[in-house]
Structures are given as C-alpha cells and as structure tokens.
Design a protein around this ligand. Structure first.
Ligand code: XMP
Length: 320
C-alpha cells in the first residue's frame, strides 16, 4: 500500500524507532519542499523533540521568511529558531562577483551559522535532513559506490560531519512526487508543496555582479511582481521556473520629464522536465506587458526589463 497515508505512518514509525524515547533532532529548514516535508514527518513522530533552524541569509525571496514563521512556527507549532544572519552574509559577500566564490562563501557561512545555533541543542543527538532517494543514489555514484557518505552538495549546504550527530533522513526512500503527495496529505500549504525550485545560494546567483543591500531589495521587489502576475493568471502551470534576474547594467530611461539612469532586470521563464535541459517559455503579450509595466512603475531603481530567450544548453537556467 503506497498511499501517502501509509507512507507517512511507515516513516513516522521508523523515525520513532531510530530516535528512541528521548532522542532529539535538529533540522535545517530551508522553506523548500524537501526539508519542509521532513520537518512535518519528524514533528509528527517526536513533537517538541524536533528543533528547526531557519537561517535568514538576507538572500531570500520577498515574504519567504514570513511564510516559514507562520507555517511552521504558528500553524504547526514547531520549535522554530529563525536566525537573522542577513547582515553577516552580505558583509562576507561584499565586493564578490565570481559566481562560484559566491556559492562557496554562502555554503561556508551557512555551516558556521548553523553550527553556532545547533550548539544550543547540545542534548540533540540527531541531525535531520530532507535527502531524497535520487540524492542517495547520486551520492553513492559520486563516491564510487560507497553507501557510507553524506551528500556534500545537498541544499542544506554540506553540513559538517564533526557535529557528531547521527543523520536521520525520513525521505531517503522517496521520490519528489511522493514527497509532494505526502506534503499535501500532511496539510502543508501549496505555497510550499508546489513551489518552484529555488537555488540554495538564493538571490545571490540572480544578482549578476556585486551583491548590495540595495540590489537585493530591487530584485526581491521585481521578482515578487513576476511571480504574483504569472500565478494570478495560472500561467505557472507547466513552467519549471519563473523569476527575475538583476543585471549589472544601467541604461537611460525617461520618467515624466526627467531622464533616469537605472538598473535593468531580465525575465527568466523556462519549461523543463529535470533541469538538465530547458526551453524558454512563451508568455502571452499582455502578461509580459503587465509584468514589465509594474516593475518599471513600482520598483524605483529599475527602468528596463528584458526577456531571456536562451535555451539550456548552451545557456543555463540561472545566470550564475
Ligand atoms: P542551472 O542554472 O545549472 O540550474 O541550469 C539547474 C537547476 O538547479 C538550480 N540551481 C541550484 N540549486 N544550489 C541549488 O540548490 C545551487 O547553487 C544551484 N544553482 C542552480 C536552478 O535553480 C535550476 O533549477
């Protein structure tokens, strides 16, 4: 019986068996589907002996932190710690433009912040992760067939193995579709279960060039308009990802009687099966027009919107 209900029951029972009567679990919650569903299963299994840590790295989409606080803290009543680390991340990223360096810095900062927070749960002897079956397989393949490894490029950022905690992975036998079905079954809101993939390094890899607080703000505002306009007319159906990218380009515009010289953002909208290949997607002209008008009128600091019509390969989905 592979109904979502029976999968949940089976995983809850396994968690209880592994964790025992008194064990405690620390879990890095990212707001993505996998860690969210893992959190709900763990919470169902052990309640307050689950401690969730959400790191606000200052590179989240607009409103993302509130969604996590409301859903997990208030609705599910989990023990949730939200770490306000935006200033720290942005300070470390100041002046950095190389995409891979951005990723390295963010991964490193995440581990530091998480480790510091996890210290408060000294009594916890388990580290929860939302590892899926395909992650397990990929990881085994990448390590020459050894099953005794922790996936290093996991979204959680490659957690330190010197935390001396035992891994607990309630999704490690499941595929993405099953995880989504379980998430719905467990009452996770559609904003979490059906959400588009979002890279671990967040908006850092969608701000081409230097990351500044002002650039983050511009991109958050523009991206929120892209998302809400597309979703308002149901155009997200069949899309893999749809988002805005901030370019390190300024151009001349005109607003009223005045000349402007402001930033430019690109619209990235793709269809894909697995992110290995992707096609840029058509959107109706009126929708494109509305998105462009709203961004230029409402986001002071952006005066031009361009459309990315590149497929993968040879382009990639993200710009960095
Ligand atoms: P690209 O840009 O390589 O992206 O075509 C393929 C898929 O992977 C996501 N992506 C990332 N996810 N950390 C992540 O967790 C990353 O550093 C990262 N880079 C890209 C991207 O959003 C797309 O779905």
């Amino acid at each position: 019986d592979w109904s979502p209900d029976s999968i949940v029951d089976a995983q809850v029972a396994r968690v209880r068996e592994q964790v025992g009567e008194h064990g405690e679990v620390v879990l890095g919650l990212s707001g993505g589907v996998d860690s969210s569903v893992a959190a709900v299963i763990l919470h169902k299994a052990i309640g307050d002996r689950l401690h969730c840590i959400f790191v606000d790295n200052g590179l989240l989409r607009k409103g993302e932190r509130q969604v996590v606080e409301t859903l997990f803290g208030e609705h599910f009543q989990m023990d949730l710690t939200v770490v306000d680390a935006g200033a720290k991340f942005l300070a470390e990223l100041a002046g950095v433009t190389d995409p891979e360096r951005k990723r390295k810095i963010i991964g490193h900062e995440f581990v530091e912040v998480f480790r510091e927070e996890a210290k408060r749960f000294k009594q916890a002897n388990f580290l929860g992760q939302g590892t899926l079956y395909p992650d397990v397989i990929e990881s085994i393949a990448a390590h020459g067939g050894s099953t005794d490894v922790i996936k290093s490029h996991h979204n959680v950022g490659g957690l330190p193995d010197d935390l001396e905690m035992e891994l607990i992975e309630p999704l490690r036998e499941l595929f993405k579709d099953e995880v989504r079905a379980i998430g719905r079954q467990l009452g996770l809101a559609s904003v979490v279960v059906d959400r588009q993939p979002f890279p671990g390094p967040g908006l850092a890899v969608r701000i081409v060039g230097e990351i500044t607080p002002e650039n983050v703000r511009l991109l958050q505002e523009a991206d929120a308009i892209v998302t809400s306009e597309i979703e308002a007319v149901g155009a997200d159906e069949g899309l893999w990802q749809y988002f805005a990218v901030l370019l390190p380009v300024k151009s001349v515009g005109v607003m009223g009687d005045a000349r402007t010289y402001e930033s430019c953002c690109a619209l990235r909208v793709v269809q894909s099966e697995d992110a290995m290949t992707a096609d840029w997607a058509y959107l109706p002209q009126e929708l494109l027009q509305r998105i462009s008008n709203r961004i230029i009128n409402e986001v002071r600091g952006i005066n031009r919107v361009v459309l990315d019509i590149s497929s993968k390969p040879p382009a990639t989905i993200e710009w960095e």
